[in-house]
Design a protein around this ligand. Structure first.
Ligand code: SAM
Ligand code: DTB
Length: 310
């Protein structure tokens, strides 16, 4: 059970000492040359009643993005097949909004089943869940549920007022109880302090068990959101975050999520050395751009990285 003081001390070690420690932990738990790739699809976009300060999809923010109701299964399965062809081993489906209607929940359950049948791991992010819903997702073949804690408990009310961090932890526990792997991480660069970021990683590491996958998003500033003028986080701080996450959660996949397209090849290579071993591929995340076509393949060739196949 790592404490805040221990994590703070690790985070502030000399950069190369921190990287060496993190890499040692990485080597003990994973193949250093293998990266797991997920592709993301926004199955239902926009019109969300939650007020997350960073989000393009909240009706409380003055953002301009095309919204669409839930996609049909044929469209989703086609996208999943294409993702598999490009090398993804996991397909993540996201819906906007607090909770789905019973009809929408049935539809997403059928999509999970269909995506699983083509040989991909499945992940969904649908907001808060009841035990019955979590059980139904498990029965449909769901492998991972993405539910981020996003930031520290202290900073959370500055970012979101329509739910609490305790609500998020409750859903994570519900998901764990249903036997589904948890994907939970957060965002950095929204105006939180470095202590907030460290507290978030300590919170994640103290979950029982820690999330199997920890996505670390660098804020993508969406014009019209309440954090669109925040100070971006320095790349070396981001790399330190990855190293800290790797040390605190040795057996978890550490995923470089949103904002990766702002990093140079060298920064990404240092993230991998520090223990990052998962990412989102594809030209789009949910509403914002991700990586240019071919970028990842080029970088992987230069770094002798293999893509995890299952
Ligand atoms: N409805 C789902 C839920 O309640 O978890 C989906 C939420 S959201 C689309 C998934 C995660 O993406 C957020 O928790 C946040 O960490 C990340 N995210 C969303 N917008 C972002 C942005 N502009 N920049 C960086 N990360 C972002
Ligand atoms: C996660 O932690 N990051 C992904 C996924 N889980 C759902 C989403 C990133 C969203 C970036 C902003 C957008 O595309 O709107």
């Amino acid at each position: 059970m790592p404490t805040f003081q221990e994590a703070l001390e690790i985070f502030h070690r000399p950069f190369f000492t921190l990287l060496r420690m993190a890499h040692e932990v990485h080597l003990q738990n994973f193949d250093e040359q293998t990266i797991q790739i997920s592709e993301l699809l926004s199955v239902k976009t926009g019109g969300c009643a939650e007020d997350c300060a960073y989000c393009a999809q909240s009706i409380k923010n003055g953002t301009k993005f095309p919204k669409h109701p839930m996609l049909d299964e044929v469209t989703v399965v086609k996208a999943a097949r294409e993702a598999k062809k490009k090398g993804a081993s996991r397909f993540c489906m996201s819906t906007s909004g607090g909770c789905l209607s019973p009809q929408e929940f049935e539809k997403i359950s059928a999509m999970i089943k269909a995506v699983k049948e083509i040989g991909l791991e499945t992940c969904v992010t649908l907001g808060a869940l009841t035990e019955v819903q979590a059980q139904k997702l498990k029965e449909s073949g769901l492998d991972y549920y993405n539910h981020n804690v996003d930031t520290s408990p202290d900073f959370y009310p500055h970012i979101i007022s329509t739910r609490t961090i305790e609500d998020r932890i409750k859903t994570i526990e519900t998901v764990q109880k249903a036997g589904i792997h948890v994907c939970s991480g957060g965002i950095v660069g929204m105006g939180e302090t470095n202590e907030d970021r460290i507290k978030m990683f300590v919170l994640l590491a103290n979950l029982s068990p820690p999330p199997q996958c920890v996505p670390i998003n660098k804020l993508v500033k969406v014009p019209g959101t309440r954090v669109d003028d925040s100070q971006p986080i320095d790349d070396f701080y981001f790399i330190r975050m990855i190293a800290l996450a790797r040390i605190l959660m040795p057996q978890s996949y550490i995923k470089i999520a949103a904002g990766r397209n702002t990093f140079s090849e060298s920064t990404q290579a240092l993230c991998f050395f520090a223990g990052a071993n998962a990412l989102f591929s594809g030209e789009k995340l949910l509403t914002v751009e991700n990586m240019e076509l071919g970028f990842d393949k080029n970088l992987f060739n230069k770094l002798d990285i293999k893509i995890q196949t299952s």
